[in-house]
Design a protein around this ligand. Structure first.
Ligand SMILES: *[C@@H]1O[C@H](CO)[C@@H](O)[C@H](O)[C@H]1NC(C)=O
Ligand SMILES: *[C@@H]1O[C@H](CO)[C@@H](O)[C@H](O)[C@H]1NC(C)=O
Ligand SMILES: *[C@@H]1O[C@H](CO)[C@@H](O)[C@H](O)[C@H]1NC(C)=O
Ligand SMILES: *[C@@H]1O[C@H](CO)[C@@H](O)[C@H](O)[C@H]1NC(C)=O
Ligand SMILES: *[C@@H]1O[C@H](CO)[C@@H](O)[C@H](O)[C@H]1NC(C)=O
Length: 538
């Protein structure tokens, strides 16, 4: 869902030597027989676990109380020092990221506090640089989701029409300040802005995820307001990703793209990518746009299918020490990189969602394999939380190839047992592994995924709970998580707490449904549920 610097990624990957023809690389999947998912034949049986749902609600309350007391209406809580930090322009990121979770949990006190606050935000002023992407997924997504959940009686609680219109007005106010980002020669947006007055910083390139994770929110805003401008801007920028040029650089495998795009020309400037940070949510949104409106977005579906088919054909990788595990490699042109990220672990859930929507049980089966392997990164560490980044040695690439190094000596035993070694050991309250458990559970109804989500929640609750909230930790494989970095990310509210809650909670109109035509909401990459608009009708 979120972004890590691709510059940092490329730096850690180092120089690349060996290349191989992709069709000779991982063109077949070895391995154990996998349990196949049957075609959809009625909804799975879901089991409510009220005690667990209530425990997650309690964690929300602790976090909200700490934020309310020491940080509101600033962006984020520093729970150890009981201070705030304005990491998202000082508009109250945690409040806006929390509202859709407060709504699905029916925490009316928190909802009321946030609803009263929203009209007071001045989205035209900030002293820091503004990220178009982060602002869109957290603030615009949070506001639109609040509007969608509060209107049409989705929660069963009635809200004043004036509260609803104030939320939509603020979404428009925000987008009107952001839209200067699209004022580039190509229409590919500049991610980096300054405000008052709104203007571009002047970056030369923008990345795949930061260009390609706007279209859901900006299209929704047009559908709700009747003003087509927002959708047109986001879809024009996205057009360069749906038809990447020059193809020989920008699309190393069918449907799988490079990362950086020249804002002046709309052309790709590199051919490195993956399902991880910097690229991730571009692929995620292709299938989610099809869910949002299959009438308007069939091309997005086709591009998603191409990406997924290529991933299964070319990227599948099994570690030498644990061939039972399945990871997806990243790529640099057509050279594979055996590198994984917590962020990339949304991919299992995304394959499963696509499998549901397109009635392709084999995508669900494959997604479940990815979910298993991401769980393995959790259960292999001493805290039972997975690391930020990890690596492995691929079993079908020569062991002396320069893109297939052995683990560092200190990690040999860990690698032998676990099938990966830890690269960056921190955990920053990210959701992706629990997110994928949620999709796995909603697709299959298998209670095993509820157990896994509960285990992860207990591990996070046990390791990250500190002072007035929950904090990122430095080392998931050290006692007590290796110490706190004293920061509670706003997406803790939007994502970790929401997925952890929904997997145990009663069925509801916003829950993901296993019936291909049964989904009334689509989750943006920050886990804000947006009402779908089939045929352009909001
Ligand atoms: C809203 O939902 C509640 C609970 O489901 C129901 O009692 C109420 O009649 C609904 N109100 C409207 C206006 O549909
Ligand atoms: C982007 O394209 C413009 C126009 O062709 C060129 O002048 C500029 O150097 C390019 N920048 C990058 C980073 O490729
Ligand atoms: C990727 O391919 C392009 C175009 O062929 C080339 O210029 C570039 O050096 C390659 N990058 C790497 C890391 O091999
Ligand atoms: C790897 O080992 C094989 C067999 O010993 C050898 O033929 C090949 O040249 C080596 N490759 C590299 C990149 O060292
Ligand atoms: C979560 O942690 C808190 C504080 O340590 C503890 O009181 C609570 O019982 C924990 N929740 C669960 C479900 O274990």
């Amino acid at each position: 869902m979120l972004l890590i610097s691709t510059v940092a990624l490329v730096a850690t990957l180092g120089s690349i030597g060996a290349t191989a023809a992709p069709n000779k690389l991982h063109s077949q999947r070895a391995n154990q027989p996998k349990q196949n998912v049957p075609r959809y034949s009625g909804p799975p049986k879901y089991t409510v676990n009220q005690e667990r749902a209530d425990a997650v609600k309690q964690a929300f309350q602790i976090s909200w109380d700490g934020y309310s007391k020491y940080a509101f209406p600033h962006d984020s809580l520093r729970p150890v020092k009981n201070r705030y930090y304005d990491d998202r322009n000082g508009w109250g990121a945690s409040a806006i990221d929390a509202i859709s979770t407060a709504l699905v949990m029916k925490n009316w006190d928190a909802v009321e506090q946030i609803v009263q606050y929203i009209p007071k935000i001045d989205f035209s002023k900030t002293t820091d640089d503004v990220s178009l992407f982060e602002t869109t997924i957290r603030y615009l997504g949070g506001l639109l989701s609040a509007y969608d959940l509060m209107s049409a009686n989705a929660t069963g609680h009635t809200f004043a029409p004036s509260d609803l219109s104030a939320i939509l007005e603020q979404a428009v106010h925000l987008a009107d300040n952001l839209k200067v980002a699209f004022d580039t020669p190509s229409g590919v947006p500049d991610n980096d802005l300054r405000f008052d007055p709104p203007r571009r910083v002047g970056s030369e390139t923008n990345g795949l995820a930061t260009i390609g994770t706007l279209v859901l929110e900006w299209t929704r805003l047009s559908d709700l307001t009747g003003n087509p401008e927002y959708a047109k801007l986001a879809q024009r920028g996205e057009g360069y990703l749906l038809d990447p040029q020059p193809r020989e650089l920008g699309e190393p495998f069918p449907g799988l793209l490079g990362t950086d795009v020249n804002i002046t020309t709309g052309k790709f400037v590199d051919g490195s990518g993956g399902w991880g940070g910097g690229d991730d949510s571009f692929y995620e949104y292709l299938i989610k746009m099809y869910l949002y409106d299959p009438v308007r977005f069939p091309t997005y579906r086709d591009r998603w299918t191409a990406a997924v088919d290529s991933s299964i054909k070319y990227l599948v990788s099994h570690p030498t020490s644990r061939p039972d595990l399945t990871y997806l490699a990243m790529w640099d042109n057509q050279t594979l990189q055996f590198y994984g990220e917590h962020l990339a672990c949304f991919n299992g859930g995304n394959f499963i969602l696509g499998g549901i929507l397109l009635d392709r049980p084999e995508y669900i089966t494959f997604g479940l394999e990815l979910v298993d392997s991401c769980r393995n990164t959790y259960i292999s560490t001493s805290t039972n939380i997975g690391p930020e980044t990890f690596r492995w040695q691929d079993s079908r690439t020569p062991l002396n190839a320069s893109n297939n190094p052995a683990p560092p000596s200190g990690m040999k035993d860990f690698y032998a047992a676990s099938g990966f070694w830890i690269d960056s050991p921190n955990y920053v309250l990210r959701p992706e592994v629990i997110e994928s458990y949620y999709y796995a559970y909603r697709a299959t109804g298998d209670a095993k995924y509820q157990e896994w989500a509960w285990d992860a929640f207990l591990a996070i609750n046990g390791t990250c709970r500190v002072g007035s909230g929950y904090s990122s930790v430095n080392d998931v494989n050290a006692p007590l998580g290796g110490g706190f970095s004293d920061f509670q990310e706003s997406f803790w509210f939007a994502e970790v707490l929401k997925y952890s809650y929904l997997i145990h909670a009663e069925d509801a109109v916003w829950q993901v449904q296993a019936n291909p035509g049964g989904n009334e909401f689509v989750y943006n990459t920050e886990c804000h549920p947006i009402r779908v608009a089939r045929g352009g009708k909001p």
